[in-house]
Design a protein. Sequence first.
Length: 342
Amino acid sequence: MLRTRSARSARTAALLASLTLVALLGLQGLAFAQEIVVYSGRSEALVAPVFERFTQATGIRVVARYGDTAQLAAAILEEGQRSPADLFFAQDAGALGALAAAGRLEVLPSHVLDRVDPRLRSPEGLWVGITARARVIAYNTELVPAEALPQSIWDLLDPRWRGQIGWAPTNGSFQAFVTALRVLEGDDRAEEWLRGMLANQPRSYANNRAIVDAVGRGEILLGLVNHYYLFQLLAQYGEDFPARNHHTRGDAGAIVNVAGVGILDSSRNKEAALRLIEFLLSPETQQYFTNENAEYPVLLGSQVQTNPLLVPLDEIATPEIDLSDLADLEGTLDLLQRTGVL
C-alpha cells in the first residue's frame, strides 16, 4: 500500500534532519560568504525547509525571493549587473536557457555537472537540473485498455478520442511541451497538431491535478500532464484510484523537463551559491524532493528510492533535445493565441 500522509511526513522529517550531517561533511574550514540571495520559481512550501537545513548546517543564510519562474527570469535580465540574486532556482529549463543565452550564468565546475544525467543539464555547463519531471498521458485504467493507448501525441488526433482528452493550455508545463514540439518538429507541424487537437474538442482544465482527477472520475479518458500529479491523487484516494501514467516514445509528449539552478554572473557570493547547489544534489535532499513531490532524482548512479510506479528515467524514450532551447515562451504564446487555443 502507498504510504499515508502522516507516514510520509514522518519520513520527510527524518530526511530533513539528516541533511544537516550531509552538508557538514566536506565543508568544514571553508571560507565563504554568510548570506546568499536566491530567486526561486519553486514554491516556498517545498524548498524553504531545505534552505533552512542548509543554513543550520553551514551558517550561510538564504534570503529567498519567491515568484513565477518566467517573471523572476525577466527581473534578473532587467536588473542586469545590479541584480542582488546569487542563484536562480527555476521551475523549468526554458527560463534557465533564456538567462544562459543572455550571458548571465556562470559555468559550473565539472565535479557538480558530472553528478547529473547529461540530458538534465546544460551542454555548456551553465545550469544543472535538481529534479526532473516527465510529460505523460494520464489514462483511466477501467475505461481505456492498455493496447488502445496512443503511442504518439499524433495518435491523439484520432476521432476515437473526440471530447475525451483533457489539457491545460494556460499551464506553464503545457506551454513548455508545445515549445518542445516547436523545437523538435517546427512551427508548422506544431500548429498542425494544435489545430488537429482543437478539431477533436479537448476539454480545458485549470491545471494538471484537475485533469488527473477528471481522468480518475471517468469525466475524460486521457489527459496531458506531468507525471507527479497522479501520485498526489494516489496518496489522497489510495491505490484503487483508476488512473495511471502512460509514456509516448521519442516525441514531445515524452519530454523530461527539469527544475534547475544556475549561478548569476553578477553574484557576489559564488562560492556560497555553489555550496547550496552541492547541498541540493546530495542524495538526502534528492530523496526529500522524491518523497514530497514524487519528482525524479537527477543523480547518476543514485541510491535514491522512488515510487515503484515511476518508470525509471533511463527507460523513457525521450527525444534528443537541449532543454535550454525551451526558452522561446513568447513564440509559443503567440502560436497558442493564433490557433485559438488561448
